[in-house]
Structure formats: C-alpha cells, structure tokens
Design a protein around this ligand. Structure first.
Ligand code: NCD
Length: 311
C-alpha cells in the first residue's frame, strides 16, 4: 500500500514511520522546486487552516500561514490565545478542538503544556499539528531540521550530530533526536549536567543502539561533528530566575569555535538566538540557521497537503 499521511495528527516524531518521513522530505523538495521555478500551487484552494498559538512564535506561525497561502488556502489565526481566546474564560483545549473542526480543515497549535496538542487532536476530527507543546515536542521543527541537513550535507546516514544547550527543556532537541536516530546518526549531547537530555529519551535511544556521547564541553564535540545544533536556554521553563542566570551563558559559538570545527561542519539553531551564536558567525559559510528557518515553508507546505490528502 502506498504511504499516506491523510488524516494523521502530527504530534510526536516517534509516531512517524521512516516511509512517512521520506514522503514528507520528497514532497517538500517537490514544492520547493516548483516555487523556485516560479510555479504556483493551489492544492489547498477552498481549505482553511486555523492556527492557535498560546505561546510566542515568529517562525512557526508565520511559516505555517505562509505555507497555507502559497498553496492557495486561507488562514484564521489566534495569536496570544491564552488571553485572546475563550481559554481566558476557562474553555478546555479539548472543547477548542470541537470548534477547530467546525471552522477549519486543519489546525496548528502551540501551547505551554506538554500533551496539549494531543488534547486538541482528541477533541477534533480534522488533523492537528503540534507547533510545540511546552517542553515536550516540536515535530515540524525537527522535520525542517532534517530537511535542512539533507540539503546542506546531502545525506543523514553516517553523520555525527551535536545537540547543545538546554537539552532538558528544549522541545526541538527532544523531537529531533528521536527523528534522526532512525537514520543511522551518532550524537553528542552537550549540556550542563542540570540541563541534560531527559533519561526517557536517552534510555530509548540507547535501547535502539544509538551511539550517544554526553559531555559538558562543547569542544569535545566540535572537532568531530558534521552538524552543531545550538539551542537557547529556555528561560520561560525555569521557576527560579537565578537558576536561569547560572546557565544562560553556558555555550556561545564564536569564530574560534568554528575554526576548531571539522571541515564542512554546519551550525544550526531553531531560533530565536539570544547569545548562543555570536553575530559574526553569520559570515561563516556553514552558518545554516537562516537557511534552516526558510526551509520551514516547503516542509510545512508538505505537511499541510499530506495530512489533508491534497498533495
Ligand atoms: C523553538 C521553540 O519554540 O521551541 N522555536 C521555533 O519554533 N523555531 C526554539 C526556542 O524557542 O528556543
């Protein structure tokens, strides 16, 4: 049977098969090619996307909305949903799901609570995409990260990938490590001990024989890795501001860092960056983070069409 993602909710990268992931990559590449050639796509004409964002976002919301518009579809959007939607009046995310299905063909949600995207999906018959659930997962970011690595390095298998920064609270590294682990990579997990990758994830990766080196020193990883994936210390997830202050300067990539790198190493970051990457590193050819953000559009176009059966 041909692989199909029709009606699938995209909540967690663990729930995607290798065939489904490959289909998303191929569909994104196809759309990118068509757009590069100046072509127009109308796959989502007559369809409405609802975006519900209970946490701040620049790239995820705008690139999903751009993706929908570039496919000829339309968008209804609630930014700042905590204060501007009926959540403020006490409505549950499950009940919001009932509304999403009444008003739109597909929804994207970002919410501070782990599991909330699944709750919206439980309440809704239309496909729901997780745009980030607290410190849980951010699957569409990981898919665009994988797409970026494929474009920049030409392959995934055999690469050594360093994930650095706040691995405890960063949802992007949770979903990305689980996604890439299926494609034959080795990992360095670089973090202060207190911000290490959660053991549910390391246990699962090790059970699947994934090669992981955990270290506090970024320079252990830099000479050996093909991809250095930096993350922001997630200030909003710390109860104690002093604790955040302790870690907020833990890792800073400078030109000295990239000079110590393995030849061809790329630097990625889901953005926003605070101080993890010095601005002069932007001139380094392997600084891939702005290209990475741009890749969000074709990858999210692929997701929108595949889960609505409009590809
Ligand atoms: C990330 C997020 O929201 O998890 N941002 C994004 O979607 N590109 C990373 C972050 O906020 O640190």
């Amino acid at each position: 049977m041909a692989t199909s993602l029709k009606n699938k909710d995209i909540i967690n990268t663990k729930e995607l098969s290798v065939e489904e992931i490959n289909l998303i990559m191929e569909t994104a590449a196809k759309y990118e090619r068509i757009m590069d050639e100046g072509g127009r796509l109308l796959n989502m004409a007559g369809k409405v996307l609802c975006t519900f964002f209970y946490e701040p976002s620049t790239r995820t919301r705008l690139s999903f909305e751009t993706a929908m518009l570039r496919l000829g579809g339309q968008v209804v959007s609630v930014a700042a949903a905590t204060t501007s939607s009926s959540a403020k009046k006490g409505e549950t995310v499950f009940d919001t799901g009932k509304m999403v299905q009444a008003y739109s063909d597909i929804a994207v949600i970002r919410h501070p609570v782990v599991g909330s995207a699944q709750e919206l999906a439980d309440g809704s018959d239309v496909p729901v995409i997780n745009g980030g659930d607290g410190a849980g997962q951010h699957p569409t970011q990981s898919l665009l990260d994988m797409y970026t690595i494929l474009k920049e390095k030409g392959k995934i298998e055999g690469l050594t990938i360093a994930l650095a920064g706040d691995l405890r609270n960063g949802r992007t590294v949770h979903s990305l490590s689980l996604l890439l682990s299926r494609f034959g990579v080795k990992f360095y997990f670089v973090s202060p001990k207190a911000l290490a990758m959660p053991s549910e994830i390391t246990d699962e990766l090790r059970a699947n024989d994934v090669d992981i080196t955990e270290t506090e020193d970024m320079l252990d990883a830099v000479p050996n890795c093909d991809v250095l994936y930096m993350t922001r210390i997630q200030g909003e997830r710390f109860d104690d501001p002093a604790e955040y202050e302790k870690y907020c300067n833990a890792y800073i990539v400078t030109m000295n860092t990239v000079q110590a790198a393995k030849e061809g190493m790329i630097v990625m970051h889901p953005l926003p960056r605070v101080n993890e990457i010095a601005v002069d590193v932007d001139m380094y050819g392997g600084a891939a983070y702005f290209r990475q953000a741009a890749n969000g559009v074709p990858v999210r176009m692929a997701l929108l069409t595949l889960v609505t059966g409009q590809e």
